[in-house]
Design a protein around this ligand. Structure first.
Ligand SMILES: *Cc1c(COP(=O)(O)O)cnc(C)c1O
Length: 440
């Protein structure tokens, strides 16, 4: 039977690219820590007819008729998220993580107010006060940094800065920080200086719901998370807050920032929370961390310097330049060429440039979704080392790409079935995969 038959008829070019992308995700080891594989159930909800309708407003208070089903869907998503986080209020309408942060700031800050987030170059997000982002242009940004010795958060140092700059809001939660965040320390600091404590848990929501990272709730005043990272849901986001901020954050997203919510995403968020409430999700989250530790150990064995010495969560940031004489961009290119997808990344106090930094960032949510365990992590660590010590040796890269494609055959990706591609030539040959990397 033909796969994606309507697309085949209407737009074969796009269909071919979607299938090529499925095959890419199938035959490579995906190590970008913000990415994952959504389940078939999540994909079904995201691709449903819910995309057809407008629902401006909130359940029971819409500007449009026809909400017999969407009101129930959004209510379920909100109730499930609220119960999972143990918070007073949740809003599931933000289109993604960046607008979610913008809406929270809009709700609780005035332009020109001071905010404190971790500097972008040290693992913070763009929306935490980076100078060219709205958050650094609209607000006065006073970023905190990591401790240069430990490469970890230094809460006393953050406290000292907070006393100096008297921020209206402090953001905790990061995109490239491999350690546990001690939320209670941020609560203490915010209480002392009278700041709002905002937790951005985008990367670690799955770990928090799975019980392997402490939760900032109900301690934090406000929070956001994306739904597509370790939570394994659709592309989307939500805001969480104490009751006193509920009205303000609802108004900030609609009518403040957005029009109609993406109902197909709302439904898929509800599905993701249902999946995350099952016992298997706890095992998943625990395995993400075990896998990250196993991979970190193997990289350590091979002489890579890991930022902060290792990991407590799903991600690893490691030095390639000083460790192996290869810059981050060259390293991530060579890894992709050999079948492992990662991103180059600044390391704390990096002396190189963001376009070609000193390190690489990897993570285990995606490989864990495929059922890979510690034994596979050891292999991945060995392959990373082999690639980065032979980055110019085409024969080595070819051999490893082949070994990886073979391993991937035994670890099916959620949301995909290679039988679908049988008519289109099945999983791509090694040569075709190589073309896909070289031509991009
Ligand atoms: C990914 C991420 C975001 C932004 O999410 P987008 O959906 O890419 O806009 C915000 N904050 C943190 C900490 C993130 O990791």
């Amino acid at each position: 039977m033909t796969y994606l038959p309507a697309l085949k008829k209407t737009d074969p070019q796009i269909r071919d690219l979607i299938i090529a992308e499925e095959r890419r995700q199938w035959s490579k080891i995906r190590l970008i820590p913000s990415e994952n594989y959504a389940s078939s159930a999540v994909l079904e909800a995201s691709g449903s007819v819910l995309t057809n309708i407008y629902s401006e407003g909130y359940p029971g208070k819409r500007y449009y008729e026809g909400q017999q089903n969407t009101d129930q869907i959004e209510t379920l998503a909100m109730e499930r998220a609220q119960a999972a986080f143990g918070v007073d209020h949740v809003n599931v309408q933000p289109y993604s993580g960046s607008p979610a942060n913008m809406a929270v700031y809009t709700a609780v800050l005035q332009p020109g107010d001071t905010i404190m987030g971790l500097a972008l170059a040290q693992g913070g997000h763009l929306t935490h006060g980076w100078k060219v982002n709205f958050s650094g242009r609209l607000y006065h940004s006073a970023p905190y940094e990591l401790d240069p010795k430990t490469e970890r958060l230094n809460y006393d140092q953050i406290w000292k800065l907070a006393k100096e700059v008297k921020p209206k809001l402090i953001v905790a939660g990061y995109t490239a920080y491999p350690r546990i965040i001690e939320w209670n320390r941020f609560r203490e600091i915010c209480d002392d200086v009278g700041a709002i404590f905002h937790a951005d848990i985008s990367h670690i929501t799955g770990l928090i719901l799975g019980g392997v990272h402490p939760s900032p709730f109900p301690m934090a005043d406000t929070g956001i998370t994306t739904s597509h990272k370790s939570l394994r849901g659709p592309r989307g986001a939500m805001m969480m807050c104490k009751a006193q901020y509920a009205q303000a954050i609802d108004k900030a997203i609609m009518p403040g920032l957005q029009g109609g919510p993406h109902n197909q995403t709302t439904a898929a968020i509800a599905v993701a929370f249902k999946e995350a409430s099952l016992p298997a999700f706890k095992d998943y989250a625990a395995q993400i961390v075990k896998n990250a530790k196993a991979l970190a150990d193997q990289l350590n064995t091979h002489g890579f310097r890991l930022i902060s010495g290792g990991t407590d969560n799903h991600l690893i940031l490691f030095e390639t330049f000083k460790s192996k004489g290869i810059l981050g961009r060259d390293a991530s290119r060579a890894l992709d060429r050999a079948g492992m997808v990662a991103n180059c990344n600044l390391v704390p106090f990096d002396t190189q440039t963001p376009m070609n930094p000193s390190g690489v960032r990897i993570g285990t949510p995606s490989v864990t979704s495929r059922g890979m365990k510690e034994a596979e992590m050891v292999k991945i660590g060995d392959w990373i080392n082999a690639v980065l010590t032979n980055a110019k040796d085409e024969a080595v890269l070819d051999r490893i790409a082949g070994e990886i494609a073979e391993l991937c055959e035994s670890f099916p990706c959620p949301g995909m079935d290679p039988l679908n591609w049988a008519e289109d030539g099945g999983v791509p040959s090694l040569n075709a995969q190589k073309e896909m990397v070289m031509s991009h």
